[in-house]
Design a protein around this ligand. Structure first.
Ligand SMILES: [Mn+2]
Length: 300
């Protein structure tokens, strides 16, 4: 299969299980790329660390009331990234994710920098109609360029908005923007709920109502989970930590709330060199298990 041209089978697999592509609804792919990281780079190590972390978690979800042990993804390995060449890496991610979708599978993409989402969202937007993008991120990633570069994790959503309507995007847990980004958000009327909104004025119930109203305009969801949406006390091992974030309970409740509509997911920005206790990788692995449970549960 030509789309597998850029896929390298790794030494380990998610949760240590070996599942063939025809045996699961989900296909997991790693993208060990962190060349555009501006601070605590190291997310090139995240796919392999999250795979190992998953091996040490139970697979029963109390939210969904099901065990996902038999539903774990086929882990086909990592995209052969080109360090220092974000554009070519994004192109390879796009081709790989498009191939996974072509097999009728749900891609679970493990970054890597948030830059890699440009490729996977593009593939999904071309293959699946009526798609909304839900980004859980402390940052807006809406700079036109960062340090003279347009393909940067600080510009990921800005590049995505060059092929996706601003109406079909919502950012959750936002709390760190530049003046340029805030002006862009206001000008393009990008939907967002800040972490302060969730904590204070509108509260958690109104938070879920806002997501529900937003999603009433689409039938499919791409969920992009930047691990820095969590509070750094839960997820210290990320490339750019930002105080005052969300709790695991809040994030997993969102994953379960929207899970049945999700046709692709990415989990990005974990930086294992800054995560000596492995708790951030454990949290990322748990998010994947909860996503599989949410998507597979008959109650949704
Ligand atoms: Mn971020």
């Amino acid at each position: 299969m030509s789309w597998r041209l850029y896929v390298n089978k790794g030494a380990s697999s998610f949760a240590g299980v070996s599942v063939e592509i025809n045996e699961s609804e989900f296909v997991l792919i790693g993208v060990p790329f962190d060349s555009t990281s501006s601070f605590r780079s190291g997310s090139r190590f995240a796919p392999s660390t999250i795979r190992i972390a998953a091996q040490n978690l139970e697979t029963y979800s109390f939210r969904a009331g099901i065990d996902v042990e038999e539903l774990l993804p086929a882990d086909i390995g990592d995209v052969a990234v080109v360090h220092g060449d974000a554009l070519e890496t994004v192109r390879r991610v796009e081709r790989t994710v498009s191939g996974i979708l072509g097999e009728g599978k749900i891609p679970i993409v493990l970054g890597g920098d948030h830059t890699i989402s440009i490729g996977s969202v593009k593939a999904v937007s071309q293959r699946i109609s009526d798609i909304c993008l839900l980004v859980m991120d402390a940052h807006a990633d809406l700079r036109d360029e960062y340090l003279g570069y347009k393909f940067s994790h600080a510009c990921a959503l800005r590049r995505i908005l060059e092929f996706l309507d601003a109406d079909s995007v919502m950012i959750l847990g936002l709390r760190a923007v530049s003046n340029e980004e805030k002006n862009f958000i206001d000008m393009r009327r990008i939907n967002y709920v800040s972490s302060l909104d969730i904590r204070r004025s509108s509260g958690i119930r109104s938070f879920h109502t806002k997501i529900k109203n937003f999603l009433s305009t689409c039938s499919n969801v791409y969920l992009s989970l930047d691990m820095d949406v969590f509070d750094p006390s839960y997820a210290p091992g990320v490339q750019t930590p930002e105080p005052e974030g969300l709790t695991p309970t809040e994030v997993f409740d969102v994953i379960h709330g929207v899970g049945s509509m999700v046709t692709a997911i990415d989990i990005v920005e974990v930086s294992p060199p800054y995560d000596p206790s492995m708790i951030t990788s454990m949290l990322a692995a748990k998010a994947i298990i909860e996503f599989i449970a949410a998507k597979s549960s008959l109650t949704h």
